[in-house]
Design a protein around this ligand. Structure first.
Ligand SMILES: Cc1ncc(COP(=O)(O)O)c(C=O)c1O
Length: 399
């Protein structure tokens, strides 16, 4: 084992940027090169019949993994404190595959209402027809969650903060209740917003931590990937079910994600700092009724965020006071630095107008039109100037 690898293995107590610099591959496994090789593989040859019969070599077929995907999986398991990680082709696949690995016909699934819209679409259009009963609950349910648990509740699906509407739920409380009521219930969480750098779900009672690696880990708007990390209890099933479903990712994409993860800590802290600067400016704008972001002291989710999370990501929602969607559209059209586009957590700032009409409970702000902003790596002053001139264009559109 190389000196770098030993350091990475013992790095539980080291700072996050030190760990990010050394987790994953061991340079001595590949001639001392700092980065792992990019292996593109379907077929892997055996030297002879006996090795093939006994499966006595490390790699067998591309779906099972390569040194490149293994390096990324090891890095993610280390960050999540997980027994194992599976890689899948997108963040949405990480959600759907996690659920499919563990769901059974006749099972009852409890899903937080504020979660990422496509997760709901998956639950309603794919899971329900398979005989899984899906029930949505309020992120503010608290202790009453025990009343929702049934003997056949097999999966609880959480996300915090909620997508676009940003409600926090009490993750350790809900996970504790789920396991108390049904010890085999599997608690899953979409942890994309915080990433394991700012919140480690498995340390808070969650069994399966799901991450759209497309966001902060990839960070450059050029890769789609998802990661599913589990505790020891569920690791074997995750590995065998994802293998049975043929889930895998290519070596080039895995390499890109691992490469970007080296700078993820620095990017996230920089983006957090810029986000807070922008918030401070937005606070004094009369066109803004409020900002939804749990890192703010007056946000309803602040107490939970401050108790459990060690940082805030660069995604928040701003409510344009009493503005219609078309008026807010004038604001969006006027933006020059912020791009109009889906996804987030990359180096570039983005804006979208989220919809909440698929929700049963968390129907989004009613005091204006919501705009979700993703703050990239640009300078805060430039982003503020961009928002300022776009707000002015919206106001000018009134006359
Ligand atoms: C919270 C959350 N989870 C999952 C996803 C899905 O990730 P992907 O775009 O890689 O499918 C997204 C995408 O925006 C997201 O915001």
């Amino acid at each position: 084992m190389s000196k770098n690898r030993k350091m990475a293995d013992k790095s539980g107590s080291a700072g996050i940027n030190t760990r990010l610099a050394h987790i994953g591959n061991d340079p001595q496994d590949f001639h001392g090169y700092v980065n792992p090789p990019v292996v593109r593989a379907s077929t892997i040859l055996y030297p002879d019949y006996e090795t093939m019969r006994d499966r006595s070599q490390k790699y067998h077929y591309g779906i099972d993994g390569t040194p490149t995907t293994e390096a990324l999986k090891d890095a993610l398991s280390e960050l999540e404190g997980a027994a194992g990680t599976a890689l899948v082709p997108s963040g949405l696949a990480a959600i759907s595959v996690s659920i499919l690995c563990f769901a059974k016909a006749g099972m009852h699934l409890l899903v937080v209402d504020s979660l990422y819209g496509p997760t709901r679409l998956f639950c309603d259009t794919v899971l329900s027809p398979l005989g899984v009963e899906v029930e949505y609950f309020s992120p503010f349910v608290g202790d009453d969650f025990s009343k929702l648990m049934r003997p056949n509740t097999g999966i609880v699906m959480l996300e915090a903060p909620g997508s676009n509407s940003m409600e926090m739920c009490d993750v350790p409380l809900l996970a504790g209740i789920a396991h108390d009521r049904n010890k085999d219930c599997i608690v899953m969480m979409d942890n994309t917003w915080a990433s394991p750098l700012f919140f480690r779900p498995l340390d808070h009672g969650v069994d399966v931590s799901i991450h759209a690696l497309t966001k902060y880990p990839a960070g450059h708007a050029d890769v789609l990937m998802g990661g599913i990390s589990t505790n020891a209890k569920h690791s074997a099933q995750l590995q065998s079910s994802t293998r049975a479903m043929g889930m895998c990712v290519g070596g080039d994409d895995a390499y890109l994600v691992l490469r970007s993860m080296r700078s993820m800590g620095v990017r996230m802290r920089h983006q957090e700092k810029t986000t807070l600067q922008i918030y401070q400016w937005l606070q004094s704008q009369k066109e803004v009724s409020r900002v939804l972001y749990p890192a703010l002291p007056d946000d309803p989710g602040h107490e939970l965020w401050a108790r459990d999370f060690s940082g805030a990501s660069s995604l928040f929602t701003v409510v344009l006071k009493d503005r219609s969607p078309d008026q807010a559209g004038v604001f969006l059209n006027a933006l020059r630095i912020f791009g109009l586009g889906y996804s987030w957590a990359g180096y570039e700032s983005l804006a979208v107008m989220p919809k909440f009409d698929d929700r049963q409970i968390c129907r989004g702000p009613q005091d204006g039109t919501s705009i979700r902003l993703q703050i990239g790596l640009e300078d805060a002053e430039d982003l503020i100037a961009d928002i300022d001139q776009a707000l002015a264009a919206m106001v000018a559109g009134d006359s």
